[in-house]
Design a protein. Structure first.
Length: 301
């Protein structure tokens, strides 16, 4: 497993914690106010390898493998990947690490989990950075539709067509088609989502492909998508209970862009600040680690 290092070159501390009926792996380093980093799908905590040492100088950075990813648990239970389950995992993780309240930065699916964490456990989130995600029930499904607008925008690299949301949702079919083609599929996947594919270190891609080549690794990833409709209902239920905390909306010009802030507006959460990284794809922490670090330092000041 790839090791994360702090700003002094010291390896991050490893934690394997029992929470909410499963094991959660997390790494932490640094001092100062806690900052919780929530990765997207199909990534793991090593996604933060470039930005991690840029943040530990000021923050106590905590980066877990979310349920279904990496070295954390991959439960079989029906509806075991609801966003509320992940939020409960994260609250338990903060309890175990003796953290009362944290800044939260999430990207992709991790942003939605951060949103639900703040709504369900408002006392735990000091401020939320919501990056490169449209909330289930508030724009995500519409972007998965097979229509002229979505297809043309994706072809022109002005946006994204989320074709994979219904594909991953279908039982058994993606497992059948991806098995044996993991390297080809996930390499295409990561490159297609990037403005600069060379920004993704080869060793990170190798570790992700290795994990996604196991039955439980692929199942854990796909099951997060199979919870999309239930997560949409969860977001609709909590939209009027979101706390009055600062929210930063971050988009990338060659993926979600301004659709991030629009999705938050639609759910009734007006971002206090919105920012779009130009000439950047979906993996902001890999493509623009220095700029993202500067933005988070400024925003979480």
């Amino acid at each position: 497993m790839i090791q994360l290092f702090d700003h002094l070159g010291a390896p991050a501390q490893q934690h394997l914690i029992q929470v909410n009926g499963i094991e959660i792996l997390a790494v932490s380093a640094g001092s100062g106010e806690p900052l919780l980093l929530l990765h997207g799908t199909p990534k793991t905590h090593i996604y933060w390898s470039k930005i991690f040492p840029l943040l530990t100088l000021k923050y106590r950075v905590i980066a877990p493998d979310l349920r279904g990813a990496g070295q954390s648990g991959h439960p079989y239970a029906e509806k075991g990947y609801l966003s509320t389950d992940v939020a409960s995992d994260l609250a338990g993780l903060l309890d175990a690490l003796k953290v009362d309240q944290a800044f939260v930065h999430g990207e992709d699916r991790g942003a939605e989990y951060g949103f639900v964490l703040a709504a369900k456990f408002p006392q735990r989130v000091k401020a939320l950075s919501f990056a490169e995600m449209m909330l289930s029930g508030f724009g995500l499904e519409e972007r998965s539709h097979f229509n002229k607008t979505n297809v043309n925008e994706a072809a022109q690299r002005r946006g994204v067509w989320e074709w994979h949301v219904p594909f991953f949702f279908v039982p058994d079919v993606p497992e059948m088609l991806i098995a044996g083609k993991e390297r080809e599929f996930w390499t295409y996947w990561m490159n297609k989502q990037s403005y600069d594919p060379t920004s993704i270190p080869a060793e990170l891609l190798e570790e992700w492909i290795s994990l996604l080549s196991t039955p439980h690794g692929l199942r854990g990833t796909l099951d997060t998508y199979k919870a999309t409709l239930e997560n949409a209902e969860i977001n609709k239920e909590i939209q009027n209970h979101f706390p009055q905390i600062p929210v930063l909306a971050i988009g990338a010009s060659h993926f979600f862009g301004d659709l991030v802030s629009k999705s938050l507006d639609d759910v009734g959460v007006v971002p206090s600040t919105s920012y779009i990284f130009k000439d950047c794809g979906h993996s902001i922490a890999l493509e623009r680690p220095n700029e993202l670090s500067d933005l988070l330092h400024k925003y979480f000041a």
